[in-house]
Design a protein around this ligand. Structure first.
Ligand code: CDP
Length: 212
């Protein structure tokens, strides 16, 4: 079974995807981490994230970089949002994601374009969302817990900038797949969001098997 979980920054899609992976005992790929690693590498190599060729040169990712906790920082999120707008960067990371999605037994992937581009035939697709204010509060708590000194206003501005960039770009803009189930986590605890996600997946899978 392939489960695609998409949604904007800090919507809770990562938490939901990890919980679904545990629930169904499936491997999970946070595809945002790949784009974050490219952005981070571009900066480390002192290249220009706005230049497509520079960003492509940073697409050969090693496991050490992918495990670096600095990838979670908000400035790296911004860099990821810049490099991920280049079609050749998306193309360079495409096969790796496709392979992960199509492995025997299935997988859970989260990102911006899983249900639309990477796994359009996924068995279940969720689009996880939450208001910008709620997302900013969650991200602030996450960053503060990691010792980062940021304000609510900074985090909210970052989320709004990323939403605007991710939605306006011509390559893989942030959009909900027509056949994705919406999950608004604004007023839900983590447990409630996960329970709802499992119920939505069950509904989708049942719907598919009766349609088949
Ligand atoms: O966790 P958060 O939602 O803040 O970010 P992320 O999922 O780690 O993604 C960081 C950035 O990478 C996003 O703002 C997108 O621009 C980009 N991204 C993408 O273009 N396609 C994906 N499948 C995943 C992330």
């Amino acid at each position: 079974m392939i489960i695609a979980v998409d949604g904007p920054a800090a919507s809770g899609k990562g938490t939901v995807a990890r919980a679904l992976a545990r629930h169904y005992n499936l491997p999970h790929l946070d595809t945002g981490l790949l784009y974050r690693a490219v952005g981070y590498t571009v900066r480390r190599l002192e290249l220009d994230p706005r230049k497509e060729a520079d960003a492509v040169a940073a697409c050969d990712l090693d496991e050490l970089t992918l495990a670096d906790p600095a990838l979670r920082d908000d400035d790296v999120g911004q860099l990821a949002s810049i490099v991920s707008a280049h079609p050749l960067v998306r193309a360079a990371l495409f096969q790796r994601q496709k392979r992960f999605a199509n492995q025997v037994g299935g997988a859970v992937l989260d990102g911006r374009d899983i249900g639309t581009v990477i796994a359009p035939d996924a068995d279940a697709k969720l689009f996880v969302k939450a208001s910008a204010a709620v997302r900013a509060r969650r991200r602030l708590a996450e960053l503060t817990a990691r010792g980062r000194e940021v304000t609510y206003e900074q985090v909210l501005a970052d989320i709004r900038a990323r939403d605007a960039r991710d939605s306006a770009r011509s390559t893989a803009p942030l959009t909900q797949a027509a056949d994705a189930a919406s999950l608004d986590t604004s007023a839900l605890s983590i447990d409630a969001a996960v329970a709802r996600a499992v119920a939505l997946v069950e509904g989708r899978v049942r719907g598919r098997s009766t349609a088949a």
